[in-house]
Every structure is written in structure tokens, then in C-alpha cells.
Design a protein around this ligand. Structure first.
Ligand code: T4K
Length: 409
């Protein structure tokens, strides 16, 4: 990118966008295309397209092995996997969850007539704050669902202690945490069960996909039956079930991508390292860092923007970057508690969730993002912040005269 030296060089004020094409957060990581095409041929030759086919079984074994867990039940997506895990664990009444998560975590409960009770997050980790859980427990509470946000595991020990003390079930939404560890142990075997997502935007994708992983043999058997209508044989149904099956095509994509897992981590990590170097010391920026002592997939790069120090708000910075074709995202704004139907209910104050949701910005990462892209994005952010006051007055002037400048967010 030619360096931006004047405010008017910013695309939002009429300059050339730094990127000719849109740079997305969540561009899929794709492994060896030839290997995938060969697997696709195998599927067509075998004429076995779904229903626990050989690729699904192989994918389940590989995921179980990588997550160091006894059972993996692959599914069509993580939302259905969460719903099935919740049902198989016989949760009811109220379940305590963080509000700062993708809305699927809450919906998976609500969809089954269970009330999600939103808990605030620990501002240092963005994960559910164990210290705030006890005050939310009632006689209707049956479980806690922790979400390993950005792939950084929850405070699992504290959650397990709480769950034990109050006889609650413990489930983890590990949608972001495939390939990550906690105290040296791979995410997958904690709580009663954990749920991975293999959606197109995730570190390892199966187009759409998810999985329940667990060390509990009985639970695994229930989950396996429930994801196939409750069939225990050709004509024998033993549970109310649904259709949560993963297709052979998805499993073929998953197996292909797993073969490139180390490469995906290496690219993500190198991008993360440059983002960290360039942005972590900026005034008013709190960079979400990963623990180098743990296994991480480094898929999510997120920052908190403290407007009181940067002068520019998160949303203003986002507008500036969108105009440059950097489509940063404000995951998980505004928090589930501010979305329907939850927003219509009386919900206790969640100050940390509100603050982080107002200030978070997620930047592009993954195998389609080059180190040069990362440096360009960092330079744009630094330029906008260094010239905060002039950028801001130009932005506000322009908004007053023409309504809204270049980008629409
Ligand atoms: N729990 C948590 C904590 C989660 O984060 C999620 C999903 C779930 C549970 C449920 O998992 P799944 O049921 O989805 O398996 C995206 C994903 O759709 C969602 O899977 C993910 N979390 C969430 C964090 O992000 P959106 O609304 O941002 O999707 P969308 O369509 O805007 O895509 C994101 C960006 O990725 C776009 O800018 C374009 C790019 N993209 C997307 C797709 C699908 C591509 O370049 N190619 C693609 O194929 O939710």
C-alpha cells in the first residue's frame, strides 16, 4: 500500500482504498485441493453420501485423537451439536451462560425451552467470570455452559468446583477452541462434554460442521443416537432424536483440512506475532494475547479500543477500516442479553460484557491473510490513531455535511 501521509489519503475521505479487494474476517482455511478432489471422487464411487459413512468415521477418530478424548460425534453444525448435548444431558429450567458469545450458545438453550441466565465476563479473559456465577444460581439452575472465547480456555478448575458444589452439569462451547489446550491438556475432555464448530469461518472447517466430544461412554451413546432420529437399529427408535448428521463431503473437507492443521497454526501464529508487535503497545489498545505455554490455533485477533485514550471510538475506527476494504468485525456486539428475545427480559447488569462489546474489534487472520496484509492493516490503525484528533474532526465534519462518509458499517 502506498503510505498514507495525509488525512485525505484515507479512503473514507476519498483516497484509494488500501486493499483493492475486500479482506474478510473468517475467510476459510483450505487444505490440499487435490486431496479433497480425490476424496470427493471416492465418495461418488462409493455412493455413500451420509449416515456415518467411512469419512465421517475417520474424521471422528482424528478429532478424538487430536482432542485426546474417547468419543467424537460429528454433526452438521455446532448449534445442533450444542442442542443435542444439552438434550442428552437432560438440562432444564435455567442454565448459566456468558452473554458475550455468539448468539447460538443462548439460542441452543432457548430453542428447547430452557432459560439462559446471562453471567458477566472476566475482563482479562473475556470468558465467563466464575466469581459472578454463585449469585445467579436458583433452585431451577441445572447447568453452567462455559465458552472458550477466541480459543482461550475458561477458568475450568473454578467452573468445575462450582458445578460440583452446586450439583450442576458442566458443558463447554468450544466452538473457537479446536486445537487449543488448558494447563497443557487439550480442550475436548473437560466438563461433561465439549462442542467444537467446524463452520467455514473456523480454524478447521468442514464447510458446515460441529462435534460433541466427551469421555462419558453413556452420554456419547445417547448423543450418537439422538443425532440420528433416536434410531438404535433399522426399526428401533429409543429416544426423541433429530437429524444432526455430518455428510461425507463435509468429513472429506475436514480430513483434508486436518492434514494441513500445522500449517494453518503456523500462518495464524506468525500473523498474530506481527499484529502483537505492531499493536500491543499502542495507547488505548488492549490486545488479546495468547498464552505461549498453551497450544493455540491463533484464529482470532481481537483488540479492545478505549475511546477515552484513543479519541477515536471502535465504531469510527471500524468505518475507517471498512472504507479501506478491511472488513473488521465487532464480535459479539451487543451481547446476547441485548438481542431478542433476551433483551425484553429483566436481566441484571453486565457491565464488563457491555464495555467489552462496545470496544472490541476483530481483525482478519487465517491462511488468506499475508504478513504484508497484516502490516498494512496495522499501519492503517496506527495512522488513524496517531492522527486521531484531525481524523475525528474530518469524520464529524463530513458526517454533518453529507450525512455519512464513504463506508457504511
Ligand atoms: N458458539 C460460538 C462461540 C460460535 O462462535 C459459534 C459460531 C457457534 C457456537 C455456532 O457454530 P455453528 O453452528 O456456526 O457451527 C460467523 C459464523 O457463521 C459462525 O459459525 C461463528 N460462530 C461466528 C463467530 O461467525 P457471522 O454472522 O459473522 O457470519 P458471516 O456470514 O458474516 O461470515 C463471517 C465472515 O467470513 C464474512 O465476512 C465473510 C467470510 N466468509 C464466510 C463464509 C461462510 C467467507 O469468506 N467464506 C465463507 O464461506 O457468523
Amino acid at each position: 500500500m502506498p503510505n498514507k501521509s495525509r488525512i485525505s489519503d484515507l479512503a473514507i475521505f476519498g483516497g484509494h482504498p488500501a486493499f483493492a479487494d475486500k479482506l474478510h474476517v473468517g475467510r476459510p482455511n483450505i487444505g490440499d485441493r487435490r486431496a479433497f478432489a480425490d476424496r470427493m471422487d471416492d465418495i461418488l464411487d462409493r455412493r455413500w453420501l451420509t449416515n456415518a459413512g467411512p469419512f465421517v468415521q475417520e474424521f471422528e477418530s482424528r478429532v478424538a485423537e487430536l482432542a485426546q478424548v474417547r468419543h467424537c460425534i460429528a454433526m452438521c453444525n455446532a448449534t445442533i451439536a450444542l442442542e443435542i448435548a444439552i438434550r442428552a444431558l437432560e438440562l432444564k429450567g435455567e442454565v448459566i451462560v456468558p452473554s458475550f458469545t455468539f448468539v447460538a450458545t443462548a439460542h441452543a438453550l432457548e430453542w428447547q425451552g430452557i432459560t439462559p441466565v446471562f453471567c458477566d465476563i472476566d475482563p482479562r479473559t473475556h470468558n465467563i467470570d466464575p466469581a459472578k456465577i454463585e449469585g445467579l444460581i436458583t433452585e431451577r439452575t441445572t447447568a453452567i455452559i462455559g465458552v472458550h472465547l477466541w480459543g482461550r480456555a475458561c477458568n475450568i478448575e473454578a467452573l468445575a468446583r462450582l458445578a460440583k458444589r452446586h450439583s450442576l452439569r458442566l458443558l463447554f462451547d468450544a466452538a473457537h477452541a479446536f486445537g487449543c489446550s488448558y494447563s497443557g491438556e487439550m480442550v475436548g475432555g473437560f466438563g461433561e462434554a465439549e462442542v467444537f464448530s467446524f463452520h467455514g469461518t473456523k480454524f478447521v472447517n468442514t464447510f458446515e460442521g460441529g462435534a460433541v466430544v466427551t469421555n462419558d461412554d453413556e452420554l456419547a451413546e445417547r448423543v450418537r443416537l439422538m443425532k440420528n432420529f433416536g434410531f438404535a437399529g433399522y426399526d428401533r427408535v429409543v429416544y426423541v432424536g433429530t437429524n444432526g448428521k455430518m455428510s461425507e463431503l463435509s468429513a472429506a473437507m475436514g480430513l483434508t483440512n486436518l492434514e494441513s492443521l500445522d500449517k494453518f497454526v503456523a500462518i495464524n501464529r506468525e500473523n498474530y506475532r506481527v499484529y502483537y508487535q505492531e499493536l500491543s503497545n499502542l495507547k488505548g489498545i488492549k490486545f488479546t494475547s495468547y498464552d505461549e505455554g498453551e497450544r493455540c490455533n491463533y484464529q482470532y485477533i481481537s483488540l479492545e479500543i478505549d475511546e477515552t485514550q484513543t479519541g477515536i471510538s471502535r465504531d469510527e475506527l471500524m468505518e475507517i477500516l471498512w472504507a479501506e476494504n478491511v472488513l473488521v468485525r465487532r464480535y459479539f456486539y451487543p451481547g446476547c442479553h441485548r438481542m431478542k428475545p433476551y433483551a425484553d427480559r429483566p436481566i441484571g447488569p453486565l457491565p464488563e460484557t457491555d464495555r467489552v462489546a462496545r470496544s472490541i474489534l476483530v481483525l482478519p487472520n487465517g491462511t488468506t491473510v499475508t504478513l504484508e496484509d497484516v502490516r498494512t492493516i496495522c499501519n492503517l490503525i496506527k495512522f488513524a490513531l496517531e492522527n486521531g484528533e484531525s481524523v475525528l474532526s474530518a469524520l464529524r465534519r463530513e458526517k454533518m455535511t453529507i450525512g455519512s462518509p464513504g463506508a457504511s458499517v
